[in-house]
Design a protein around this ligand. Sequence first.
Ligand code: PLP
Length: 424
Amino acid sequence: MKTRDQYAQFLLPVVAKGVEPVVVASAKGRTVVDEEGRSYLDCFSGISVVNAGHNHPKILAAAREQMEKLVHCCSYVYQVPVVGRLAEKLASIAPGGLKKSFFSNSGAEAIEGAMRLVKQHTGRREMVALGFSFHGRTIGTLSVTGNVARKRGNGPYVPGVAFGPAPYCYRCPLGLKYPSCDVACAQGLKDVIRQQTAGDVAAFIAEPVLGEGGILAPPPEYFRIAAEIFHENGALFIVDEVQSGFGRTGKMFAIEHSAGVRPDIVAMAKGIAGGFPLGAFMAREPVSEAMQPGDHLSTFGGNPISCAAALANIAVLEEERLVENSARRGEELLGRLGRLAEKSARVGDVRGRGLMIGIELVKDKASKEPAPDEAKAVRAAMRERGVLVGVGGAYGNVVRLQPPLSITADECDRAASAVEEVLR
Ligand code: PLP
């Protein structure tokens, strides 16, 4: 039976009806090969995961070596050397001097753990999140996700969550313009606490660049203002770096773009281990001490093979200077694609940081009516030209370019030329 038929018959429609019509046989570096032998330039990285490129030989070798030694014995029951080594390494690269880690399998699981920790540390119960945020697909993480498209059909969610205005400059919910707005969306978080909560806020949770919301990069001073407001209220700041971490935005962690911000907890996954499943959250002391044995555990969390892959992945990011490449290639690509916003009637906005780039399509520039069908059509036309891109955004109208961070100038040129041609 063909893979397509197996998908149609034996996978839930939530999977089978949503997948791209590409059956992936193998991948290497920035190239994905389908079962007919056709090659594609991958500009989506398995949703922002393979930052060092597909099947990097050093990551595979580290995983293989670990697999021969130990596959599993639960890193929460016994002590495993590679888990200790990864935790030590993360403490040396984490933003804000965060030191202690908890390992999970996925991003949502990392966020769940982080939310639990802030509640136990502060003794408070409420959370503040952002409009158009995305933090995962579990009930807890959907509760702090600010997007009806992701939440539909599953409510009511965990109570005690308030939402601040989305830092979405192109469609400012306050009807203002940066910089004359004085970052009113960040200042307005004071009112969110005052008007929408019971004054019992444990934490503010936010993505430094809102990925699923449409690659929304808030103004540079946004998180300094926001973090200050919550810290003054005795609440903590959880930074969700699941999508933006590990070099994606041209810094190892995207919150490093915001000078002077002190995160209390950082959650990560996706780009951490070169495609092996792993998530983590790190906390500063003494927040980290609030959970004690028995409070939290994950049977597969901190799997030794994934941890070995993560160590090798971080080494590759450093040795091959991929974070710097992300910054450089991202700036060039953003500059070139940015000109499309002037030239093309359908491009409302081009934005992003590093190699996390979104092209927002509209039916009409004056009304800004979202063009989700056109975004899907662009994705299909790019695919026909041998380039894989993603589609997302609060209105489903954002074409996403998130290639492996090793992408070359020539490959960026190929991707940008394909976008230009398709939009023409
Ligand atoms: N947080 C952010 C910012 C994400 O982008 C995602 C996934 O897209 C998640 C959390 C959830 O991660 P996972 O799919 O690994 O559970």
